[in-house]
Design a protein around this ligand. Structure first.
Ligand code: SAM
Length: 219
């Protein structure tokens, strides 16, 4: 794919996400328009990189569909300077979209598979987001040494909000997380912290791979 074709494909994707109500802010539109999704998927899937669907990235995992990346990013209401934790780096694509808004050095992302983390780091480096920190580990434990975080994005379904993640939110901080039983149904939630308490609001049915870890599901 040449540059002209990929940038046209990204504009078309943003138009589609606006028309379908997934994008409404100029910051999320600009971020989706800026990040070359084709650089984050395997060579064999590059010609489908701008279709609104998840794509396989190895290890039985997927890069999240663009409409969900857009919806989760909109729900987080990111601002430049926010400190962000992502649980489930996968391809690194969503980390790059968030980095485009808050600044790469402010994004920390945890992935349980070392080989996916390596590939995500390479793609982030290649595309100009090399200051995003990708760490291998159980993301259900969060990353206390780099917290607290203004925003947390969880890209895998959990049975309930992991306690360590709630604890690592700043007061007034927010988190997006899919919740539900392993086999579904799953529902996307916005979790808001105020005065040390967490409030959850549901934001529609979704489908995610399981969060495997101490505060997630068993392997
Ligand atoms: N945000 C990703 C992207 O832009 O490509 C998509 C993530 S994919 C839907 C979910 C990821 O969560 C997988 O790569 C999976 O290995 C990872 N994962 C599952 N449980 C995890 C855990 N406890 N800690 C860290 N990563 C985990």
């Amino acid at each position: 794919m040449d540059d002209e074709r990929t940038s046209r494909a990204r504009s078309d994707l943003v138009d589609h996400l606006r028309r379908t109500g997934r994008i409404h802010s100029s910051s999320v539109a600009a971020a989706v328009e800026a990040v070359p999704r084709h650089e984050f998927v395997p060579e064999s899937a590059r010609d489908r990189a701008y279709e609104d669907r998840p794509l396989e990235i190895g290890r039985g995992q997927v890069v999240t569909a663009p409409h969900l990346v857009a919806q989760m990013t909109e729900l987080l209401e990111l601002d430049r300077g926010h400190r962000v934790l992502e649980v489930g780096t996968g391809s690194g694509y969503h980390a790059a979209v968030m980095a485009e808004i808050v600044g790469p050095e402010r994004v920390f992302s945890l992935e349980r598979f070392p080989d996916l983390a390596t590939r995500a780091r390479d793609a982030l480096e290649r595309t100009g987001y090399g200051d995003v920190t990708v760490i291998v580990g159980d993301g259900s434990l969060g990353l206390p040494r780099a917290g607290p975080f203004d925003r947390i994005s969880v890209a895998a379904v959990a049975p309930s909000v992991p306690d360590p993640l709630g604890d690592q939110l700043t007061d007034d901080g927010t988190m997006v997380i899919p919740l539900g039983p392993r086999e579904g149904p799953h529902e996307l939630h916005l979790v808001e912290r105020a005065d040390g308490r967490l409030e959850r609001t549901p934001h529609g049915r979704v489908r995610f791979v399981p969060l495997i870890g101490r505060y997630g599901f068993e392997r």
